[in-house]
Design a protein around this ligand. Sequence first.
Ligand code: SAH
Length: 504
Amino acid sequence: MQSAPGKVYLVGGGPGDPGLISLKGLRCLQEADFILYDGLVNPLLLRHTRAHAERTARADSAGRRTLQQEQINEKLVEEALKGKIVVRLKGGDPYIFGRGSEEAEALAAHGIEFEVVPGITAATAAAEYAGFSLTHRDKASAVCLITGHEDPTKPESALDFPLLARFPGTLVFYMGLHRLQHIAETLIQEGMSPQMPAAIVTKASTPSQRVVVDELARLPQRVLEEELSPPSLIIVGECVQMRDRIKWFELKSLFGKRIGITRPAAQAEPQIQAAVERGAEPVLMPMLEIAPAQECTELDEAIAKACTFDWLIFTSANGVEHFFRRAWELGRDTRCLGAAKIACIGSSTAEALQEFRLRADLVPESYCSEGLAEALIATGTRGPVLWPRADRGREVITDSLHDAGIPLETVVAYRHVDAEQLPEQAQRLLDQGDLDWIALSSPAIARRLAALLPESARSRTRIAAISPITATAAEEAGLTVDVTATEFTWDGIFAAIETAEQKA
Ligand code: SAH
């Protein structure tokens, strides 16, 4: 039996900054069963979906394979007919030089329901991230979006250059970098001043953004000198001169830096955000993944008698989450703790507790095992203490409590599993030494990186460690640590990188 046809959303994914997608677009990604996206879409957007996602153009062993527009239309129809919620995710806005309307026509012709979710088009994003207003009231009373991509074999231009040369406002050429010489010359021939201010904005709103402002006549030469490449916009008009006064994006503290984030993929969202907010490019390179304990009997027993302990210790957000998730699965809830007090190693772990509306009774000043053990012993507790922990890690707490004569029970709440292999792009950047920084958040991650980072790339990639203990483990594994955080959190790592970059 044929299922009812699904629905297609033509969604604008914005110009590159992964924050520049609409709430509605985000909801579509979350609900999708199948996604077809194009090469301009920031792959970080795909973190918001569990759908199977395919790219319209991709490199494979036989070289580059690109779906033709016809095939894209067919694919959308085909998937929708299977009853799926389909998202066609396109760079910028789906209709602005995006052929989205052709896709809509194909869907309409097949009677398939669809909606269009507008996106932020490259023109407005490029202007605003570069520091000018396309319609500044003193400089432009209109703006014109133009395709610069014309078939060079055609003698006749579809563009009315005499009209464009006299246009009372800002001209924005999409897809025109390879035709810049022709565009500039023709505009000047048709009467535009060779001194007209103009700009190229490349990879707008991403950490690779480049902006060149010059006189129109000089722009083609500048593109060669600066080795600019697509995707780029050509923006012609006086408004580009505002950049000196109102540029902001490139002033971000880590603008343009590529930072390897070694956290487990599913937990890396806050670090991705932190990098993007600072103008950096986060490169996900999970060294470990987190998995539930293989055998839960001991954990279940510990949960059953949790209320008999004087203190519980948590040394990671994962410990908190796995302990209470398992309690929930067993039909229990946070009351399983009874009056037991809770000690956390640091602020992130304490925040994980807050998610369960629990407050830590103890967080040491120094976020490390030594600090936690010392603070716990200083409470004068006689135990017993329960520590739901990872299957591997440091033994400082066990040893210290043992020496202090405090009975401790440990139980495996979750496991660390070495990531089999890094995402392809991350491995390539790692091999080529094309990362500016790699941030390490535990000794295990440091050792794993040491195994994966080629000797040849070491001098070009700097390493930031979350704490002196992680730094020592990294050094022992043969890495050189450039900075160590003073607050032992991911925020601390970013702060340490910022300080190092300011000095540079
Ligand atoms: N639908 C897209 C445009 C697709 S056409 C939109 O609304 O933005 C592709 C062209 O868009 C590129 O050749 C380039 O001219 C422009 N473009 C897209 N993203 C860009 C970016 N981040 N920076 C500069 N130009 C971009």
